[in-house]
Ligand binder design. Structure first.
Ligand SMILES: [Zn+2]
Length: 319
């Protein structure tokens, strides 16, 4: 229980930084420097920056001009907290090398052999370190780096936690910059690519080879293709080039099968949303809708429901 609270509060703290990214990156403003009130430009003091509580304490109003502050601020903070719990629950146990096989948690990480990382051999002790988790350890056989103590494994475990949380944070920023400003900042695309690639390295572990890297890049291209084709045929009116880049990153992050499934769910969500808007007569058939958020919802669905979706595909189509 404590660990969930820990991830929730970590998420709210990161979330308040994500608010800054969401509002400043699309306007090319510096992300450094204190936040200020949208109306009277008063710089927020340290106590105003405490996630959620400051909003509740100030009753959602600026301390000086008493104008109502946007619900975006506490909203994103709470959302990031919840997303961090989900990442802890759904992503981290799998991706740090403990695979669910026959309903038993089996420590299966045989050490990183990725040449790029300069590590060969050496098992990973899954002792959780600072998080106080024990998931069963693997004997250390000594790594190339000659580090046999606990430091190395804790560093890798930390990386295995930070990278998925980083990806979740980037996706939250992309979701809201696209909804609010119809822009996906390139800084976020590049970060997503780098984080996704590292995530892939961790996921592959000892399976990593030149072939798997090439296969993953091909996955990015294949997942990107449908969006690229729509982009080219509609001359950028149906989808922006940001959506093309995001789809490529989805393939890098999820691989071919999950990437295509996420894309499929993205189209379904986009279509449903479009139908609802047309029924409610809120938008005309041709008006532009940000598509990035639907791709991200697709990623969310495949992350949460990967196991049942894969089971269903296997039973129905045998793939
Ligand atoms: Zn103010």
């Amino acid at each position: 229980m404590m660990i969930y609270l820990y991830f929730f509060f970590l998420g709210t703290a990161i979330g308040s930084f994500l608010n800054v990214l969401i509002d400043r990156l699309p306007k090319d403003k510096s992300i450094m420097g204190r936040s200020h009130c949208d109306y009277c430009k008063r710089k927020l003091s340290a106590i105003d920056l405490i996630p959620i509580f400051s909003f509740l304490f100030l009753n959602g109003k600026c301390r000086k001009c008493k104008k109502k502050l946007s619900w975006q601020y506490p909203g994103i903070e709470v959302l990031t907290g919840v997303v961090f719990i989900l990442v802890y629950f759904f992503v981290i146990p799998v991706k740090t090398g403990i695979y669910l096989i026959n309903n038993a948690w089996i420590p299966a990480f045989a050490g990183m052999t990725g040449g790029g990382l300069g590590m060969t051999g050496g098992g990973l002790g899954m002792t959780g370190g600072w998080l106080g988790m024990t998931r069963g350890g693997l004997g250390m056989t000594g790594g190339l780096l000659g580090i046999t103590g606990g430091g190395f494994e804790v560093v890798l475990e930390l990386v295995g936690i930070i990278i998925p949380l980083g990806i979740a944070s980037i996706l939250i920023v992309i979701f809201f910059t696209d909804v609010k400003y119809k822009i996906i900042p390139d800084q976020m695309q590049i970060s997503l690519f780098i984080f996704s690639f590292f995530f892939f390295l961790i996921e592959e572990g000892s399976q990593l080879s030149f072939q798997t890297i090439v296969a993953r890049i091909v996955a990015g291209i294949v997942v990107m293709l449908p969006i690229l084709i729509i982009y080219l045929f509609t001359r950028g009116k149906g989808m922006g080039f940001g959506d093309v880049k995001l789809a490529f990153n989805m393939g890098i992050l999820l691989g071919l099968k999950s990437g295509l499934l996420a894309l499929y769910f993205g189209f379904i969500f986009g279509a449903l949303y479009g139908i609802i808007l047309i029924i409610l007569k809120l938008k005309k058939m041709k008006s532009k809708v940000a598509f990035g958020p639907f791709l991200i919802l697709g990623i969310l669905i495949i992350t949460l429901l990967r196991v049942p979706i894969y089971d269903m595909l296997l039973r129905i189509y045998g793939i």
